[in-house]
Write a protein that binds this ligand. Structure first.
Ligand SMILES: [Zn+2]
Ligand SMILES: [Zn+2]
Length: 324
């Protein structure tokens, strides 16, 4: 048997990064570590600076949209604060899921057994599969589209195909000029890690365009400390398009011969350094262009570049050559 030893000492040489532009930050959090604000009329949003949820106060109780565990018990505190100020009920009766991920709905069980949990049918399947007591299964589902009418408020749920996850869906509030689309555009920031840890990159890249087909003024993006505008979505699209173009140029012009010569029979060493070198070269001009525009461009663009490059190669077949 192979024995594994894990060292958990922090690296002594953590790199420096460009300052985060002020436009990336949202309102100051209160003493309990959250901020709750109005989107429009009786639609509100709540953030802990990293994650976001939304809720609607209606004559038939509160409808909560996502329940991130990092906000946790502050979700009900935020709802109570708003309900008290407006003299309306504060009981959460419905919990709508954007997708099954634990970091966005891992506080679901706090709302008890009585709450009606709603989401896409694939969300239901994935929650049943993963069997996490923090995320009870759904009571009601939809496949492509579903209109909810709760306490005279209209909520449109829609699934536009797999993207960040197979189940990730959008929530349109036509009477509140708002859209909730999570884990696609991060307001003011670049995507994290490998394309926001997305499973279907073609779907991910298409979603901002889908979002812009809806009429809305405010986007609840699920992440970071502020709400997003249509301009934020366009900036994100431009960033992804610039990276796509840069990847194609880098792939077409990079000569991997010296790398493969160096590593000879160690095929994987050659492949690793080839792919890393192309995706890093492609990221460089995009980092320069977006530093000061999108926060953390210098932190994550190389990782985003790697996974977008693999999609351009493997999904689209770019640069693929058939042996003579
Ligand atoms: Zn997610
Ligand atoms: Zn997320």
């Amino acid at each position: 048997m192979i024995e594994l030893r894990v060292s958990t000492e922090a690296s002594p040489t953590l790199p420096d990064y460009a300052p985060v532009p002020n436009t990336a930050f949202g309102p100051t959090l209160n003493e309990q570590g959250y901020y709750v604000g109005r989107v429009e009329r009786n639609l509100y949003w709540v953030t802990d600076g990293v994650y976001q949820a939304a809720f609607l106060t209606t004559s038939d109780g509160v409808v909560l949209f996502d329940a991130p565990p990092t906000i946790g018990h502050n979700l009900q505190r935020a709802i109570d604060e708003i309900a008290r100020a407006n003299g309306v009920g504060s009981t959460v009766r419905y919990l709508v899921h954007t997708h099954h991920h634990a970091d966005h709905v891992g506080a679901s069980s706090l709302f008890g057994k009585e709450v009606v949990r709603i989401g896409q049918e694939e969300t239901r399947r994935l929650l049943l599969r993963d069997d996490d007591p923090a995320r009870p299964p759904l009571d009601e589902t939809f496949s492509d589209r579903r209109r909810l009418e709760i306490g005279d408020e209209r909520i449109e749920l829609a699934w536009h195909g797999p993207n960040h996850t197979p189940d990730n869906s959008v929530i349109h509030f036509p009477e509140h000029n708002a859209l909730m689309m999570v884990d696609i555009v991060n307001a003011g920031w670049v995507p994290v890690s490998v394309v926001n840890l997305s499973e279907d990159i073609r779907g991910y890249v298409a979603m901002p365009g889908v979002a812009l087909t809806y009429p809305w003024k405010t986007l609840v993006s699920g992440h970071l400390g502020r709400l997003a505008t249509r301009d934020d979505v366009v900036t994100h699209q431009q960033y992804m398009a610039d990276l796509d173009a840069s990847i194609r140029t880098a792939w077409a012009t990079f000569d991997p011969t010296p790398i493969f010569v160096t590593y000879g029979p160690n095929i994987w060493a050659g492949v690793k350094h080839y792919l890393d070198a192309v995706s890093r070269a492609a990221a460089q001009p995009v980092i320069e262009k977006y530093t000061g525009v999108l926060a953390a461009a210098d932190v994550y663009t190389a990782d985003v570049s790697f996974w977008l490059m693999e999609s351009i190669r493997l999904d689209l077949g770019y640069g693929s050559q058939v042996h003579a």
